[in-house]
Design a protein around this ligand. Structure first.
Ligand code: PGA
Length: 239
């Protein structure tokens, strides 16, 4: 595991951006795994800037997002589809058929999960997966207790996750109770993993990942067993 300590959120985002650009510019038909939430917003801004400066093209890039809420239409303002469209995709030359998120409104959710796995496999697996970490140590929406052998599946969101995400919704009751997420094994098949950690609210989760045992109680702890992980964490996350 390579650990990069940076001063603050901006520096974390810039460093992450240069790693992503390097990957996109060096791999043929790159496959990116992407995340939502507050953590990668800065990274996406820097990617858009780089695209505008002609430093990179996403014409041959395929992407897979980690997760999507169940029960929100994809055009809902709080869906992860809308997040990705607004904060990244619509600003780039990525082809609409090349970006993927699980469909949380699918009639047959189990089939949707299986299909998502198949698409990732057909794309040749993820070259680099961007990850945030939950305050409870989750990755994607794999909450504590999720088997390390899990594939893309439906999850009941932990109360702490719903509370953490309530800031994007009018009320806590509006936060969906379920989501589809890539499984832990699916994430672990990514060739490289880029974990971004910012802010003191993540300090405990980061410490449990770095110092604690590898345990399903801390989903992110499995990253210790991945051969190619880069963690970029800011000073606040180290306290
Ligand atoms: P955040 O979420 O980036 O909004 O803090 C990260 C996560 O829950 O994985």
């Amino acid at each position: 595991m390579k650990i990069v300590k940076v001063k603050n959120y901006e520096e974390m985002s810039k460093r992450a951006c240069s790693i992503i650009l390097e990957k996109v510019n060096s791999v043929e038909n790159p496959v990116l795994g992407l995340a939502t939430g507050s953590t990668p917003e800065g990274l996406y801004k820097y990617i858009i800037d780089a695209y505008k400066q002609n430093e990179v093209s996403f014409k041959d890039v395929t992407t897979f997002n980690l997760d999507e809420y169940i029960g929100l239409d994809k055009h809902n303002v709080n869906s992860y589809y809308t997040y990705m469209k607004e904060k990244l995709f619509k600003h780039l030359d990525i082809r609409p058929e090349n970006y993927h998120l699980p469909n949380g409104s699918a009639d047959d959710i189990k089939k949707e999960c299986e299909q998502y796995e198949k698409l990732i496999e057909q794309a040749g697996h993820i070259d680099i997966q961007v990850l945030g970490i939950g305050v409870n140590g989750h990755i994607g929406f794999n909450e504590p207790g999720t088997p390390f052998t899990s594939r893309t599946h439906v999850v009941d969101l932990a109360e702490s996750t719903r509370l953490a995400n309530a800031r994007f919704f009018d009320t806590l009751a509006d936060v969906p109770t379920q989501a589809i997420t890539m499984g832990i094994e699916t994430i672990m098949e990514s060739k490289t993993i880029l974990l971004l950690v910012s802010g003191e609210q993540k300090a405990e989760a980061l410490a449990r990942l770095l110092d604690g045992p590898v345990s399903e109680d801390v989903p992110a702890s499995i990253l210790m067993e991945h051969p190619n992980v880069i963690v970029i964490a800011d000073e606040a996350a180290w306290q």
